[in-house]
Design a protein around this ligand. Structure first.
Ligand code: SAH
Length: 221
C-alpha cells in the first residue's frame, strides 16, 4: 500500500513539474499573457484527459488522438483561444466540441457556467467521467450537433468552437450577447482562427488571428 501511494505521489510530481514547464515555455513563453488563464492551465491535469498510452506525451506542445478520429487540442491553442474569450466568473460560455474535456476543464476554471456540446456520445461520456472525478460542478453536457441542438440559455457571453466549419455560421453570431466573443476556426483546406466580437450595441466585428488545423465540424443534415 505504502509503495503505491509513494509511486502515485512521485508520478503526480513529475506531471506537475512537466505541466508548469509546459505553461512557462509553450504558452506564457509565446504570447498568452492573461494570468488567470495561465493559472488555470497550471491547475488542470492534461494527462488525465489523454488515453493512458499517450500520458507521457501529455505535456508536449501537440494535439494527441482521443478516439473517434478526434484529437485533444494543442495546449498553446487552448491557452490562446481561452484568452481570446475574455473569461470571467460572471460569464457563461458555450463550447462546441467537448472532445477529451480538457478545454472544458480550463473553461470551468474561469467561467461561471460552461455549456458543452459533443457530437459523439462516447466521447462526451468519457469526458464527463473525468470532469466529474476532478470535481467540476459548473458544466452542463449536451450530445448532438452543436449548431442544431437546443441549448439553454439561447445566448452567451462567450462561444468557443473546436472543430472547423467551411464558413462562419451566422447562427452562432446571433447567439452572442452584447459584448460577447466567439472564437472559431474557419475554412476547408486551410483554416484561420477567427474572433467575432459584438459591441454593447450589438455591432459585429471579425478579426482573423492565425492559421490553425482542427478536425472538421460535423453537420447533421
Ligand atoms: N477541445 C477538444 C477538441 C476536440 S476535437 C479537446 O481539446 O479535447 C473537436 C471535437 O468536436 C470532436 O470531439 C468532435 O467530435 C466534435 N464535433 C465535431 N463536430 C461537432 C458538432 N457539430 N457538434 C458538437 N461537437 C462536434
Amino acid at each position: 500500500m505504502g509503495w503505491f501511494s509513494k509511486d502515485n505521489n512521485a508520478e503526480k510530481d513529475i506531471f506537475l513539474r512537466r505541466r508548469l514547464d509546459m505553461v512557462d515555455r509553450q504558452i506564457a513563453g509565446r504570447d498568452v499573457y492573461d494570468s488567470a488563464v495561465l493559472d488555470a492551465l497550471r491547475r488542470v491535469p492534461r494527462h488525465k484527459f489523454v488515453p493512458v498510452k499517450y500520458r507521457d506525451s501529455a505535456y508536449e506542445d501537440s494535439p494527441l488522438p482521443i478516439g473517434n478520429d478526434q484529437t485533444i487540442s494543442q495546449p498553446y491553442i487552448v491557452g490562446s483561444m481561452t484568452e481570446q474569450l475574455h473569461p470571467d466568473k460572471a460569464k457563461s460560455v458555450l463550447e462546441i466540441g467537448t472532445g477529451s474535456g480538457y478545454q472544458t476543464a480550463v473553461l470551468a476554471e474561469l467561467f461561471g457556467t460552461v455549456h458543452t456540446v459533443e457530437y459523439f456520445e462516447g466521447l462526451s461520456q468519457k469526458a464527463r467521467r473525468i470532469l466529474d472525478r476532478l470535481g467540476y460542478d459548473n458544466i452542463e453536457y449536451y450530445i448532438g450537433d452543436g449548431l442544431k441542438i437546443p441549448v439553454e440559455p439561447a445566448a452567451f457571453d462567450a462561444i468557443i468552437v473546436t472543430a472547423a466549419p467551411e464558413s462562419l455560421p451566422e447562427d452562432l453570431i446571433n447567439r452572442l450577447l452584447p459584448k460577447g466573443r466567439l472564437v472559431i476556426p474557419v475554412g476547408a483546406i486551410s483554416q484561420t482562427l477567427q474572433v467575432v466580437s459584438k459591441d454593447e450595441d450589438g455591432r459585429v466585428s471579425i478579426e482573423p488571428l492565425y492559421a490553425v488545423r482542427f478536425v472538421t465540424l460535423r453537420f447533421d443534415s
